[in-house]
Design a protein around this ligand. Structure first.
Ligand code: NI
Length: 165
């Protein structure tokens, strides 16, 4: 009898959750457990990584790594609705660099949501450009900006804009 009650609890909870969920919401993903075989030294490295990155559990770390990898893979293919930030570090004394940065952003004004500028030192500027649009175009405009002469560092971080994953 005890085990019957225990077995019934999760399904009752699911029924309630389904009733409470708005009809427009996405179907909740089922959590699936699986085991992985790997070398012990690799697992040690992974555990150190989890600790450094302050992941609550190994599962949390693996979820994030898988999502990152799969999302990046998807972006190489078709154009998905994406949002991203492009961080640029550059020397603002470099001739024409500021004008070129401005021109490229105006040429793609439909992708540029917002720009944040910080003066890091007397010479060096940091700019964070928020982008939104088809993933392929985001990568193209980021490459164009990062490739300008005088840019020390350019890094694009993208996320899917059409779903939570
Ligand atoms: Ni500046």
């Amino acid at each position: 009898m005890k085990s019957l009650i225990a077995a019934d609890v999760p399904s009752a909870a699911k029924r309630i959750a389904r009733r409470l969920a708005p009809s427009s919401s996405r179907k909740m993903s089922e959590i699936v457990r699986f085991s992985v075989s790997l070398e012990d030294d690799l697992l040690e490295q992974f555990d150190r990584y989890c600790q450094q990155q302050q992941f609550a559990t190994r599962s949390e770390a693996i979820r994030q790594l898988l999502r990152d990898k799969l999302t990046k893979e998807a972006w190489h293919g078709e154009s998905k609705d994406a949002a991203g930030t492009l961080t640029l570090v550059y020397d603002h004394h470099r001739p024409q660099l500021r004008d070129q940065l401005m021109h490229v952003q105006h040429d793609h004004h439909d992708l540029v949501v917002s720009t944040l500028h910080a003066h890091l030192t007397h010479d060096i500027c940091l700019e964070v450009i928020v982008l939104r649009g088809p993933s392929r175009r985001l990568q193209q405009v980021a490459a164009q900006l990062t490739g300008l002469k005088g840019i020390f560092k350019g890094e694009l971080v993208m996320a899917n804009a059409d779903s939570a994953h």
